[in-house]
Ligand binder design. Structure first.
Ligand SMILES: CC(C)(COP(=O)(O)OP(=O)(O)OC[C@H]1O[C@@H](n2cnc3c(N)ncnc32)[C@H](O)[C@@H]1OP(=O)(O)O)[C@@H](O)C(=O)NCCC(=O)NCCS
Length: 208
């Protein structure tokens, strides 16, 4: 509780707001502005920040089913594959260009008839979670998927990841199923929940 109150005080002192925070037994409302811009990732500063966020997530959570930190070279090739596939990498930053989080998508499976389906991911820096950054990134990413004429967005979410489950359900994603014991990390089996959102696009789907 003390940590929660400290966070509320810090948010208010720094001029941020969160529309609604729930705690056990009572509801506390306070108002925060999180100044945020969402742009396409296009510079080295943003790329370095993305790598830090990814590596922190790998080291501290089961959100990513990876064991080892990614390298600068590995991320450069990751960025190249995003550019080659015309897949967006959206970055949320504040008014001092501090990177708050990012979201992207890429191929779901490589077989041609999956061409209207993409698998996305979204990561928010640990100091900026729970303030709407993930929601804003996902909303922009969903709009981009529509503009690129995709039909299905897939999120593969560790079933124990309460924040990601809440984020996806809040945005209208439906749980399509759970792959039991799909991963093994930190000494335990992990269930992967598949979340999907069907988009109104494409206007005229074609084969080939
Ligand atoms: C999951 C993640 C992207 C969510 O982004 P965020 O900016 O923290 O989420 P938001 O502030 O936009 O909140 C979205 C919803 O989730 C809820 N939520 C956020 N954190 C939560 C938590 N720890 N437990 C339960 N619900 C939570 C919020 O209350 C909100 O729902 P509401 O609007 O109905 O209140 C972020 O927490 C994160 O990066 N986590 C680590 C990496 C990760 O798990 N990525 C997803 C991989 S699939």
């Amino acid at each position: 509780m003390q940590r929660f109150l400290d966070r509320v005080r810090r948010d208010i002192a720094e001029g941020r707001t969160k529309p609604l925070s729930r705690t056990r037994g009572f509801t506390l409302e306070y108002s925060v502005r999180q100044t945020m811009n969402i742009v396409d990732c296009s510079n080295g500063h943003h790329r370095a920040a993305l790598l830090d966020i990814v590596n922190d997530t790998i080291a501290t959570s089961t959100a990513l089913y990876e064991y080892h930190p990614r390298t600068v070279e590995g991320m450069e090739s990751w960025f190249r594959s995003k550019a080659d596939g015309r897949f967006p990498v959206l970055v949320a930053h504040d008014d001092r260009d501090l990177v708050l989080g990012f979201a992207t998508y890429g191929p779901f499976r490589s077989f041609p008839a999956y061409k209207y389906t993409v698998e996305h991911s979204v990561y928010v820096h640990r100091d900026h979670r729970g303030r709407g950054v993930g929601t804003a990134l996902m909303q922009q990413l969903m709009a981009r998927a529509v503009s690129q004429q995709y039909h299905t967005l897939i999120g593969v979410v560790d079933a124990g990841n309460a924040a990601s489950v809440a984020l996806h359900e809040r945005l209208g994603f439906v749980r399509a199923g759970v792959v039991r014991q799909a991963g093994f990390k930190f000494g335990g089996w992990l269930d992967a929940a598949i979340y999907q959102l069907i988009l109104p696009t494409p206007d005229a789907p074609v084969e080939g």
